[in-house]
Design a binder for this molecule. Structure first.
Ligand code: ACO
Length: 311
């Protein structure tokens, strides 16, 4: 049976850093408030003239270069983004040209912060159906462009970033073991961005539903993979807030040490947060061959998803 293997992940963030101290000069907030409520210390922000396409291209180029990957093998390109440069052409189409992948199918999809897990799910169908063998997934967000920099309740939370992942057909056991995705539009008013507008959020409501749905999704992904919590070596959650992560760890009864957290350096980078965290966990020596990694995501919509990968 053909399965989905992860060949590699790389990421890119803008050079420009915005610290909590910088934000103290922009809105009525404090480093102490931001750190206690969210765990965030700084975030990376695009500079004038830089685009999400530039960021996505940087992550993908790094990935192809580091893996010394023959890009003619890539037969589809997907981009997860809630912040495309244009309504059309899609960021994915623009990237085919930037990356020298002209001709392959390419499209964007929007699942907000659940973009990476949604992407894995689409790619699983592509690969298992035999339609495609090797797919490039780029998760890129330019949230600084849709944040109201005068609204202290939202502007402190987000950052820009991109993660790129290569997925390919495999016959080995090191593959995606289970995946699920879901959505429920009844919560749309808790977190949204109107066309041409900025982020509107009801923080407490997001917090509550996020903890519940992430816990349920993780439990279901484990059950579908016929694994228990003890089998999981590492959890890569969407990096929205350290308090959400702690609460999910508590509800799942997984020791918090198994959760990888890097929100302090990047803020919430939406779809890019899981691939960025995965790569940093790998660099920190926390992803060992043969180990089971649990991804769990939640985002505007609301959308959610979880997956178990044997790496
Ligand atoms: N600095 C200082 N004070 C602030 C700030 C700030 N940046 N932002 C809000 N406050 C104030 C509020 O005005 C309020 O003041 P008041 O009591 O005088 O009215 C007070 O702090 C408490 O506000 P709450 O919104 O009740 O604070 P809460 O403890 O809920 O924390 C937070 C807010 C951090 C947003 C929390 O609700 C949360 O983490 N929610 C989840 C939201 C999230 O992660 N969104 C990301 C996108 S969704 C996703 O990725 C899953």
């Amino acid at each position: 049976m053909i399965g989905v293997g992860l060949l590699g992940v790389r990421f890119a963030v803008p050079d420009r850093i915005l610290t909590n101290q910088d934000l103290e000069k922009m809105v009525d907030t404090t480093d102490e408030w931001i750190q206690t409520r969210t765990g965030i210390r700084q975030r990376h922000i695009l500079s004038e003239g830089e685009s999400s396409v530039d960021l996505g291209a940087r992550a993908a180029e790094k990935l192809l270069q580091d893996l010394n990957f023959d890009k003619t093998r890539i037969d589809a390109l997907l981009v997860a983004t809630a912040t495309p440069e244009m309504l059309f052409p899609s960021t994915a189409c623009i990237l085919t040209h930037r990356l020298g992948l002209n001709g392959i199918p390419a499209f964007d999809f929007s699942a907000a912060c659940s973009g990476f897990v949604y992407g894995l799910s689409i790619i699983k169908s592509f690969i298992e159906s035999g339609a495609h063998r090797t797919v490039l997934l780029v998760c890129v967000e330019a949230l600084s462009k849709i944040v109201n920099w005068q609204d202290r309740s939202t502007c402190v939370l987000f950052g820009d970033g991109a993660g790129a992942a290569l997925l390919s057909a495999t016959e080995t056991d090191r593959r995606l073991k289970s995946i699920l995705i879901g959505a429920d539009g009844q919560y749309q008013e808790y977190l949204y961005v109107p066309l041409g507008g900025t982020v509107a959020m009801s923080g407490r409501d997001v917090f509550q539903v996020a903890c519940r749905k992430m816990t349920e999704a993780a439990t279901e992904a484990l059950s579908k993979a016929h694994l228990t919590l003890d089998d999981i070596d590492l959890v890569i959650p969407h990096q929205a807030n350290t308090r959400i992560i702690s609460q999910v760890a508590k509800l799942l009864r997984i020791p918090e040490e198994k959760f990888f957290v890097n929100i302090q350096s990047y803020g919430n980078t939406s779809a890019a947060s899981i691939p960025i965290a995965y790569r940093e966990a790998e660099e920190a020596g926390r992803v060992r061959p043969g180990s089971h990694v649990l991804f769990v995501a939640f985002g505007g919509g609301f959308t959610w998803g979880a997956a178990v990968l044997k790496v």
